[in-house]
Ligand binder design. Structure first.
Ligand code: CAA
Length: 286
């Protein structure tokens, strides 16, 4: 194991947070999973258990490995206790800039001086998040993809003031946990979403304009481009609110109308059609 990182605290136990806990626990790290209520933490532990069962069923993990991994995870509802001895904190809270700035200010006040603070943000400026702390050199983006236990990529984002040694450490750590890191600089949407979201938005615009139906658009992109999911199904999987928020970050960040979220996407989000998590988006999930 990398000497400098033994205890990893993950803030937020939702879809991304529990996936991040899963991979670190499986690689032998002590994982502190923190959320604001115990019900969310219990649900996250159950999800991790179920996802590990899929790995056991496929022969990728033994029952003993699973038990050891689950034994590496301790849950917390109090941030100060959760991060008291953390070497690395990975924030995976909701994609909301004010919330993230508030969390990073608290993390900076409560975490030991040595602690590296990473954000799993999918588009919010790492430089801005880092500026909410007194340790901007130790703040970095560590953007995992969903589902975290399956997807190989970690997009590492260096903020304006991120120390090169911190970037190297997070790169090496990502390799250690079995991921393939790609290091990029901090501009709106970074690389993953700067390229993915315009494709998803264009699929929604094509639907909105009546060029094709949901099935036609997704079939064309799945079978024509060998994508595992069509862009509309992927939007449902990511969450339509998240897609809209990311597009808005790029729209305002670049001041370029090409990133403006399609009015159909905005309407669906306002109506509560958020995709898989709400039970309906472009498809129904019942
Ligand atoms: N935990 C552990 N294992 C999981 C899992 C999970 N949550 N979800 C799926 N798996 C495993 C399955 O057990 C299966 O294992 P084997 O290969 O050993 O058989 C494998 O993953 C494939 O799963 P399934 O057979 O159930 O289904 P599938 O073949 O349709 O694959 C998928 C599912 C991996 C999600 C695939 O559809 C896919 O790759 N979709 C695209 C995902 C994607 O693009 N993610 C990035 C989204 S963007 C993002 O996250 C960042 C952002 O900022 C918005």
């Amino acid at each position: 194991m990398l000497d400098q990182v033994k205890i990893v605290t993950v803030i937020g136990s939702g879809q991304m947070g529990n996936g991040i806990c899963h991979v670190f626990a499986q690689k032998g790290f002590k994982v502190h999973m923190m959320d604001i209520n115990q019900t969310a933490l219990d649900k996250a532990l159950a999800t991790i258990g179920k996802n590990m069962d899929r790995q056991v069923a496929k022969g990728g993990l033994t029952e003993a490995d699973k038990a050891a991994a689950l034994g590496n995870i301790v849950t917390y509802t109090d941030m100060a206790t959760a991060i008291a001895d953390a070497d690395l904190v990975i924030e995976a809270a909701t994609e909301n800039v004010d919330l993230k700035l508030k969390i990073f200010k608290q993390l900076d006040e409560l975490a030991p001086e040595k602690t590296i603070l990473a954000s799993n943000t999918s588009s919010i400026s790492i430089t801005k998040i880092a500026a909410a702390t007194k340790r901007p050199a130790k703040v970095i983006g560590m953007h995992f993809m969903n589902p975290v236990p399956v997807m190989k990529l970690v997009e590492i984002i260096n903020g304006y003031a991120t120390d090169a040694a911190v970037s190297t450490l997070i790169h090496d750590l990502s390799v250690f946990i079995g991921k393939v890191p790609s290091v990029v600089n901090d501009y709106p949407g970074f690389i993953a979403n700067r390229i993915l979201m315009p494709m998803i938005n264009e699929a929604i615009i094509s639907l909105h304009e009546g060029v094709g139906g949901v099935n036609e658009i997704d079939t064309i992109m799945k079978l024509g481009m060998a994508h595992p999911m069509g862009p509309l199904q992927l939007a449902d999987f990511i969450g339509l609110d998240t897609c809209m928020n990311i597009l808005n970050v790029m729209y305002t960040g670049f001041g370029n109308p090409k990133y403006a979220p399609c009015p159909l996407l905005v309407n669906m989000v306002q109506a509560g059609y958020l995709g898989v998590k709400s039970g309906e988006g472009f498809y129904k999930y019942t």
